[in-house]
Design a protein around this ligand. Structure first.
Ligand code: PLP
Length: 234
């Protein structure tokens, strides 16, 4: 497993190079290391290598693992979140990448207020209207923005997307570009700041960075192919 530190360094280097290639400051692109399905002893290698920003997509799995890991880790939630799990999520995660409805945002805001927290939220966009994926439609998002920005406790960081799986990384470029253009348009029409763009995974993070990603979510490029089950096995 000595490979993890090596892989991590290689991915961070590719992140930096993609940023430089597109005339961006590498420090403006965060690497979220997605640790889903990997047990704490494997994840600990990432922390030991000096990287703290980690992501999980299942609450139950995260709840079992996070207490096992050093408190220096910073956790972002990237999976579908049910409203009745908001309290548990906010106790574990400093950011939620997958806020897919106004109702969820309101609920997170209320719970964050009760807990005295100021979590970052990304608004998940389902621009292609894919049935299998959750997220705001474009018009829905436009209409919801004033209300989202009026929330007192959650801080809207920007937009997030999970584009359709494609053959080659280059094929993902149009959907990344579309999210950036949507962001630019919303900033202009709604006069709100939406600096964050959570997009790009192992297969296509370099293209995402070239198109403006500010945080890429990378798992298998660092850990290798995922195991079939999570931790603890469910
Ligand atoms: C699993 C996951 C990732 C990371 O996927 P890799 O292809 O392993 O890099 C990124 N984002 C989300 C939402 C995920 O569920």
């Amino acid at each position: 497993m000595a490979d993890i530190a090596v892989n991590l360094r290689a991915v961070r280097q590719r992140v930096d190079q993609a940023a430089e290639r597109s005339g961006r400051d590498p420090s403006a692109v965060e690497l979220l290391v997605v640790t889903k399905t990997w047990p704490p002893d494997v994840i600990a290698e990432v922390l030991e290598a000096g990287h703290q920003l980690l992501g999980e997509n299942k609450l139950q799995e995260a709840g079992a693992k996070i207490p096992e890991l050093h408190a220096s880790a910073r956790w972002h939630f990237i999976g579908h979140l049910q409203r009745n799990k908001a309290r548990k999520a906010l106790a574990l995660f400093e950011a939620i990448h997958s806020v897919d409805s106004l109702r969820l945002a309101h609920h997170l805001d209320r719970v964050a207020g009760e807990l005295g927290l100021r979590p970052l939220i990304y608004l998940q966009v389902n621009a292609a209207g894919e049935q299998s994926k959750s997220g705001f439609g474009i018009t829905e998002l436009q209409e919801a923005l004033p209300e989202l920005f009026a929330l007192k406790h959650v801080q809207v960081a920007g937009l997030m997307s999970i584009p359709p799986v494609v053959e080659s990384p280059e094929d993902a470029r149009p959907s990344f570009r579309k999210l950036r253009e949507l962001r630019d348009g919303l900033e202009e029409s709604s006069e709100v700041p939406l600096p964050g763009l959570s997009m790009g995974m192992s297969h296509d993070f370099e293209v995402a960075i070239e198109e403006g990603a500010t945080i890429v979510r990378v798992g298998s490029a660092i850990f290798g192919p995922r195991r079939g089950v999570g931790f603890p096995p469910s």
